[in-house]
Design a protein around this ligand. Structure first.
Ligand code: HEM
Length: 172
């Protein structure tokens, strides 16, 4: 049986090595060591999501306030990309598959999510070109990892995975 990682690589077209190139250096430091570029990116991204003309996609986020969604995402990204553990201090372990369990994380939803994220990354000036590529590879792989996890949990299996989408040093 294919692992979640293998499915994520196959469906996203991004090899695991490229997805986790964000760990080759410290992205948080490269971007200046402040949360601002991450706040910029998440605000840009969720502004697009909450204004999406596709109602089916907008609806997935209807249960959350935009400000909360922005904070949840940028705190996670700061933490995952080498900065302070802001997300875990407030929300606990990222547990991305479990946290997405209430939502229909389908292939179509991943494509739409990535469409908005690509546009957000492209138009966030506080992120340099090399980091943009690394971030998008991580986002593509993680989005399809979540699709694979969503299919798995809906088939009634558990959610544990020794992978590096949520933390760079996953629990054994
Ligand atoms: C939260 C959907 C991909 C990381 C959420 C929420 C929704 C959602 C509806 C709740 C908003 C909130 O209250 O924070 C989706 C869909 C995706 C997707 C449809 C398509 C594949 C991703 C990816 C990442 C990610 C690729 C990481 C790179 C997060 C995080 C939260 C979140 C960290 C906050 C969780 C929390 O604080 O409880 N997502 N997401 N998501 N998502 Fe996603």
């Amino acid at each position: 049986m294919q692992s979640l990682q293998e499915k994520a690589s196959e469906w996203s077209g991004v090899a695991a090595g490229d997805a986790f190139a964000i760990d080759d250096g410290n992205v948080f430091q490269v971007l200046g060591g402040t949360t601002q570029p991450f706040v910029d990116l998440s605000t840009n991204f969720y502004t697009r999501v909450y204004e999406d003309e596709e109602e089916w996609f907008r609806q997935i986020f209807a249960g959350s306030k935009k400000e909360d969604a922005i904070r949840n995402q940028y705190e996670f990204l700061v933490q995952r990309m080498g900065g302070p553990q802001l997300f875990s201090q407030r929300r606990g372990h990222p547990a991305l598959i479990a946290r997405h369990r209430p939502f229909p994380v389908t292939h179509q939803a991943a494509e739409r999510w990535l469409h908005h994220m690509q546009q957000a990354v492209d138009t966030t000036e506080s992120i340099d070109a090399d980091t943009k590529i690394k971030m998008m590879n991580f986002f593509k792989h993680t989005a399809y990892f979540l699709v694979a996890g969503n299919e798995m949990t809906r088939q009634g299996h558990g959610t544990s995975c020794k992978c590096k989408h949520g933390t760079s040093k996953p629990a054994e």
